[in-house]
Design a protein around this ligand. Structure first.
Ligand code: SF4
Length: 378
């Protein structure tokens, strides 16, 4: 029900923005895309954060081999079938192609070539050294010029800085949701809404946090508490229902829709020290050593973070957390390392369920059985 309401609210939001003459720029929701530049141009960043189903995946097979990740397949399906609830996709003016992964590139290219959506490019280096930072800066400047061309006027530095500060505050507020004593599905709803609306819901978010802080300790019930890591749970996915129906509760979303998004913030010291807004965005790229975008040692960083979270949680609540590693089928970023990831965590006594799946409805029962067995084992 949440998804229907959310999608309908988002449709009205996009319709409103279109009526104000704003351009809508869509992109696959991944790391390092500077949404603040889009916002500073007066346009709307639209993250594609929607889970698929069989019909959406099948609709992509005219364009892509079925061995492409299920999320990417579904993105094509959304533009091809335009399901009623997603009619805001009709308003997309541009698709931003980035090289987060091969699927990101091909999906963006296919959408632009086949569905009457213009394409913008934004490439990101696969390394982290001085040349990578210089390259990222060149791409930012190029992207800014592209946006200025569309807008027909310059985007002043102050506007970009304003957007950076606005998103920074928003992410810092969103970060507080992690520690609220509410069900995992409630947290996920907030993260998903945040990915769609961004700082537009700043005051709603603040109000929600203030009210919810008063709630009782959710950890007091019989749910088995776990961390979700790996691929994000996108809007419309049934996975969260399965986890909760199987007696589980996600306390920490270590995924792009969650931790990796809301922790990419600037301290006041950095904001005071770096005045050029483009350099600020470069700084964020430099500091983003946790993402799955071929960052050196990212697997070790991920394991260290999870170990630390499990230990802290155990100290505070006396509960040992398990880990569900969600892998969307054919997502190489997470599929390739899943065995190593599981072995390394199990070696330090943390139980892991590698849950690789696509969006087919037919595997629902099978997923449910595996999750239930994992919960019983914890
Ligand atoms: S392969 Fe993974 S990282 Fe790439 S689009 Fe699919 S889910 Fe995202």
């Amino acid at each position: 029900m949440h998804s229907l309401d959310l999608l309908s609210e988002f449709t009205s939001f996009i319709e409103q923005k279109k009526a104000q003459g704003k351009k809508i720029i869509a992109f696959l929701s991944h790391d390092n895309v500077p949404e603040e530049l889009i916002d500073a141009a007066g346009f709307v960043p639209l993250r594609l954060v929607f889970a698929g189903d069989d019909s959406l995946m099948n609709a992509s097979h005219n364009f892509l081999p079925p061995s492409t990740c299920s999320f990417a397949q579904s993105c094509i399906g959304f533009f091809s079938l335009k399901p009623n609830m997603y009619r805001f996709l009709d308003y997309v003016d541009y698709i931003l192609l980035s090289n987060h992964c091969v699927s990101d590139i091909v999906v963006s290219e296919i959408i632009s070539q086949n569905f009457n959506v213009e394409r913008l490019d934004f490439y990101v280096s696969y390394t982290r050294n001085n040349n990578a930072l210089k390259y990222y800066k060149i791409e930012l400047e190029q992207f800014r010029k592209e946006l200025e061309k569309i807008k027909g006027e310059k985007i002043p530095d102050e506007k970009i800085r304003e957007s950076i500060i606005k998103y920074n505050e928003f992410k810092k507020t969103l970060a507080k949701v992690k520690d609220l004593q509410i069900k995992g599905s409630e947290k996920l709803k907030i993260y998903q809404k945040a990915m769609l609306f961004g700082p537009q819901i700043q005051s709603e978010l603040e109000e929600f946090i203030a009210q919810t802080k008063e709630k009782n300790d959710y950890m007091g019930n019989n749910a088995k508490n776990v961390i979700l890591t790996g691929c994000s749970i996108f809007i419309g996915d049934y996975l969260m229902d399965l986890i909760e129906e199987s007696g589980g509760n996600i306390v920490f979303f270590d995924s792009w829709v969650g931790y990796n998004y809301y922790t990419q913030t600037f301290s006041q010291e950095i904001l005071d020290k770096i005045s050029d807004p483009i350099d600020l965005l470069v700084k964020r790229f430099e500091n983003n050593v946790y993402g799955d975008h071929t960052v050196p040692n990212s697997l070790d960083e991920r394991i260290a973070l999870i170990e630390n979270y499990v230990n802290e949680f155990q100290k505070e609540h006396g509960i040992k957390l398990g880990v569900i590693n969600h892998v969307i089928k054919f997502c190489d970023h997470f599929a390739l390392f899943q065995s190593l990831f599981k072995d390394k965590l199990q070696d330090i006594g943390i139980q892991v369920l590698n849950l690789e799946r696509d969006y087919s409805r037919s595997i629902r029962g099978q997923l449910s059985t595996r999750i239930e067995a994992f919960m019983e084992m914890l």
